[in-house]
Design a protein around this ligand. Structure first.
Ligand SMILES: Nc1nc2c(ncn2[C@@H]2O[C@H](COP(=O)(O)OP(=O)(O)OP(=O)(O)O)[C@@H](O)[C@H]2O)c(=O)[nH]1
Ligand SMILES: [Mg+2]
Length: 300
């Protein structure tokens, strides 16, 4: 293979929930592709983030955090989606946190072993280590836990060491033509991304058990010359959550709309007009038909 040969490939970004996978994909691609919150199980679908450079195209697959416990159908669907993303991937980034190796990491690592693809161990949230001297023992301890090509410490949030990570990924991509058009950033529709941004704001503004019972569906998207009109439904899985999401005098739902609109206008460089309402769909997260309607793949 000569240096001038074009390379392209898929990189599955996997790990337990909340390690910073989506933050990392957004930082590597240079655009907000995937939503980020402080709550585990934020990402529910596999989402492509595409980085196109003159000589290489890297297709990152952000995935739902792998987790044990498959009480509800949505959890089984999320885990299956993450595992499926490793099939056919050229490379995996196994993302853990610098602050400690957990049982959740061990569980996720087992799924990686089953996939049998080359993996880099990405030790994220480096910025949270109090002393630099703490890093080396952490890296040594982690390296022996699996068979990784290399261990790379980063801070996805601060952008630390991401160039180094990108360099090794570039080198690992197989020779081949572009897999997506050069201007593509993701495989997801505008509707999907709008629903996700709304869900991000809801997750950020809600606490305890409510967030896990939320889903957002876009009923209509109309492109007028100077504005995009969006009609969205927020589904909750029990009656008592409806009022919590709406908030007193509609305050919370209004804040969600305002924050979502600000993000959308930045991402898409268009003006948005959002209409949202909150409806109840009892127990949707354990219902195959409801999951299919909400765009969950392979939820049989
Ligand atoms: N301090 C610090 N926080 C980070 C870093 N990267 C991500 N975070 C935070 O970690 C939390 C989880 O980030 P996400 O990117 O949503 O994590 P995820 O792995 O995609 O989570 P799931 O989608 O739930 O699996 C958020 O509060 C992020 O801001 C980092 O490098 N440093
Ligand atoms: Mg995520």
């Amino acid at each position: 293979m000569t240096d001038t040969e074009h390379r392209a490939g898929f990189v599955a970004v996997i790990g337990r929930p909340n390690t910073g996978k989506s933050t990392l994909v957004n930082a590597l691609v240079g655009e907000k592709i995937s939503i980020v919150t402080s709550k585990p199980q934020t990402t529910r679908h596999s989402i492509l983030g595409i980085l196109t450079e003159p000589d290489v195209q890297i297709v990152f697959v952000d995935t739902p955090g792998l987790h044990a416990g498959s009480a509800r159908l949505i959890n089984r669907t999320m885990n299956r989606s993450a595992a499926a993303s490793m099939v056919g991937a050229d490379l995996a980034l196994f993302v853990v946190e610098a602050s400690g190796w957990t049982r959740g990491d061990e569980h996720a690592l087992q799924r990686l072993r089953e996939a049998d693809i080359p993996a880099y161990l990405v030790v994220n949230k480096l910025d949270l280590l109090k002393r630099r001297a703490d890093l080396l023992p952490v890296l040594e301890n982690y390296a022996g836990r699996g068979s990784f090509v290399e261990v790379i410490p980063v801070s996805a949030r601060r952008g630390t060491n991401l160039e180094r990570l990108l360099d090794v990924i570039r080198q690992s991509m197989p020779a081949g033509p572009q897999l997506f058009p050069p201007d593509a950033r993701t495989d997801r529709s505008m509707e999907f991304r709008i629903a996700e941004i709304l869900r991000e704001k809801l997750l950020q503004l809600l606490h305890q058990e409510v967030p896990y019972g939320l889903a957002v569906e876009i009923l209509a998207l109309e492109r007028a010359p100077d504005i995009i009109r969006v009609d969205a439904v927020i589904w909750v899985d029990r009656e008592s959550h409806q009022g919590i999401v709406v908030g007193q005098g509609g305050e919370r739902i209004k804040a969600v709309g305002t924050r979502a609109r600000a993000d959308l206008e930045e991402i898409f460089a268009e003006r948005f007009f959002l209409t949202t309402r909150v409806n109840v769909k009892e127990n949707w997260s354990d219902n195959a038909r409801a999951l299919r309607q909400l765009g969950f793949e392979e939820s049989g």
